[in-house]
Design a protein around this ligand. Structure first.
Ligand code: C2E
Ligand code: MG
Length: 365
């Protein structure tokens, strides 16, 4: 039986065969697929990755066998091999990771992803509200999986494109909805390194803005330093297209990579986000404090706004305020909130009072 499991994945079920038979068929399939193909006049290379699992050596129940074939397939992809047979060593170290990888592909379709929103507040004069969208994966059996665990996996398998598309769709629709309800909200969205190399991203964003009636300037895209350093030429081109669309661009995790002043000047950035590791260390560590202080100065000279993440206490907040930092985000202000809790937080929190007063003044005048 040959079946299409979804996307570019197929399964072949062979009954009454041994491992060597399965491997022979896998070889033949790989060879057949590797023949040069022409699509609309373009030569296309196909590189299949095949995972093999057999009963009874690798499991008895169909679900387990399919999962193990899938894990073996991912191992093949990862190691750039054509065919990999399930091996018990995947169980010890990589199984959790590889199993997560295979489960992740169903996360969007099974509606297992959710966005939560962490407020950030401006320290200066500003009549608007800001939140950062953070993705969460509620795994059906493992519970909550943090993005630090699954975003890198999704980047490896290319599934990040699907996740990013989902995140953008949700956050942009949410921003438009809040605006329609009279909440002057701005949303920052994290995009992954490989998203920045995706030439279709600007067009897909433009489509979402149009569909939901969301203004591009309400959305900030947060990109990490390594996204730009990896392939600066392509990244720069895409950043410029995103900038032309009218979205704001922020450099996330600033300080953790190797950005140079000369390089930053060439990027169409609006904001710099100081990584939380520096903010959290700045009251105790002279080095961290120096980085924060000089980053604020440097960013301002380049015409960028500075946001400090990871603000957990008043002393840090006061220091950042004294240094002229433009906005802060962190557990002191608020932990990330469920979507439905955002409007009431914005209406009631003492942190948003200056922004609220400014908005109502504007309405009156
Ligand atoms: P990030 O963009 O630097 O996001 C901030 C992270 O710091 C969040 O963790 C947030 O919960 C945490 N945080 C905020 N304030 C504090 C604080 O005061 N103290 C401490 N200790 N932590 C604080 P989270 O949600 O686990 O996200 C981790 C990273 O995962 C994010 O770092 C971002 O790089 C990535 N990520 C999250 N959502 C998405 C997404 O939708 N797409 C992509 N591509 N990456 C995402
Ligand atoms: Mg971020």
């Amino acid at each position: 039986t040959v079946a299409r499991l979804g996307g570019d994945e197929f399964a072949i079920l062979m009954s009454g065969c041994r491992l060597s038979d399965a491997q022979r068929v896998a070889e033949a399939v790989a060879r057949a697929l590797e023949v040069k193909t022409t699509l609309n006049g373009h030569a296309v290379d196909v590189h299949p990755s095949i995972g093999v699992a057999v009963c009874p050596d690798h499991g008895h129940d169909p679900g387990k066998l399919l999962q193990r074939a899938d894990i073996a397939m991912h191992a093949a992809k990862q190691d750039k091999l054509r065919i990999v047979t399930w091996d018990d060593r995947y169980e010890e170290n990589g199984e959790k990771r590889l199993a997560l990888m295979s489960d992740l592909k169903k996360a969007v379709d099974n509606e297992e992803l959710a966005l939560i929103y962490q407020p950030r507040v401006a320290l200066g004069d500003c009549g608007e509200h800001f939140v950062e969208a953070l993705v969460r994966w509620q795994h059906p059996t493992r519970g909550l999986v943090p993005p630090s665990e699954f975003v890198p996996l999704a980047e490896q398998t290319g599934y990040i494109r699907t996740i990013t598309q989902w995140v953008l769709g949700q956050a942009i629709a949410q921003c438009a909805e809040w605006r329609n309800r009279g909440l002057p909200m701005n949303i920052s969205i994290n995009i992954a390194a490989c998203d920045l190399l995706d030439a279709d991203l600007p067009a897909r964003l433009a489509q979402l803005f149009e569909k939901d009636g969301c203004a591009a300037q309400w959305i900030t895209l947060e990109v990490t330093e390594n996204a730009i350093v990896g392939d600066p030429g392509h990244a720069l081109k895409n950043l410029e297209r995103l900038h032309e669309l009218g979205c704001k661009l922020a450099l996330d995790d600033y300080g953790t990579g190797y950005s140079t002043l000369a390089y930053l000047r060439r990027l169409p950035l609006d904001e710099l986000k100081i990584d939380k590791s520096f903010t959290m260390g700045m009251m105790a560590d002279a080095g961290d404090s120096l980085i924060v202080r000089s980053t604020i100065e440097l960013a301002h000279k380049l015409g960028l706004a500075v946001i400090a993440g990871g603000v957990e206490d008043e002393a840090t907040l006061n220091e950042l305020r004294a240094l002229g930092c433009d906005a802060v985000q962190g557990f002191l202000v608020s932990r990330p909130l469920a979507t439905e809790d955002v409007p009431s937080w914005v209406r009631e929190s003492p942190w948003t009072r200056p922004a609220r007063e400014k908005t109502s003044l504007r309405r009156v005048s």
